[in-house]
Design a protein around this ligand. Sequence first.
Ligand SMILES: [Zn+2]
Length: 342
Amino acid sequence: MRLPEEVIVGEDLLSVLGDELRRLFDVRRILLLTGPNVRRLYGKTVEGSLGGAGFEFGVMVIEVPSLDTASEVLARNSDAQLVIGLGGGKPIDVAKYVAYKSGVPIVSVPTSAAHDGIASPFASLKGAMKPYSMVTLPPKMVIADIDVIAGSPPRLIRSGIGDLIAKLTAVEDWRLSNQEKNEYFGEYAAHLALLSAKVAMENSESIGVLSKEGIRTLVEALISAGVAAGIAGSSRPCSGSEHLIGHAIDLLEPGRGLHGEKVGVATTLSAALHGMDWRRVRDVLERAGAPTGFGQLGISRDIACRAIVRAPAIRPERYTILHKLGLNYEEACSLVDEVGVA
Ligand SMILES: [Zn+2]
């Protein structure tokens, strides 16, 4: 099991980031990766805090989270002893890769709560040979400032619930693979992932209205889901057939909708295939103010159907309900129509 050493969820944490790092790490030279917007909003606070705590640091702004970007960052910062990813997904993904390749710790400082990459060992980089995430190491430290996350766009926050509800079907796919293909099934990791989904479902309304309590719960659940992946040593508890459909949509029609939005809607489909209560999935998404249909994301019925057909080929080795059923185009479309996600 590889887990974060320390997770801090609270308020006004960016201004004390330097002191928190000082407590845990005996390093001098830090590389700070961030995004353009986040740097404009919080750069001064974070850089002031790092400088105040006596760190030397370089800052790089990440625009595109690609393997090329990550390799360039790596080449130009071979002396960094610690890498910080400050931002939404992109800087954290690049930071994970760079830290992993240089053998130094990574600290995750999320400014939004849109997916479970905050604390997971997985980095999602464009230009990698696969459309899904690569395995790195989980952050040594996660520092989540609730005020900062509460100030992020509502759509990002609401999409986080889609990535959490996905754990319902991800775990079911994992169980299926255990029963039919004898794959290892981690009871504890599965329970932890399901718990994060359950907590999100129970708090969907307060997340939907963007209350501070709701956002804190969402952040904690996303961190727990990432930890579940760390315990399993694979993304199995967090990512199943619903994620494969999401990845297939990314290939067929790139750039439509957020990760959590796509997998949230796809969870309705996977739940129906598993014979689970898919209406409950749709209701939770609705209560949270997250999209319940692909049409809301500009994804057509045709693309949705084709994505379902294509999904198993994305990871042939990762057995799910889609691999078992091998739906053709017509069958996929009648599923889309039956659960009304077009
Ligand atoms: Zn995900």
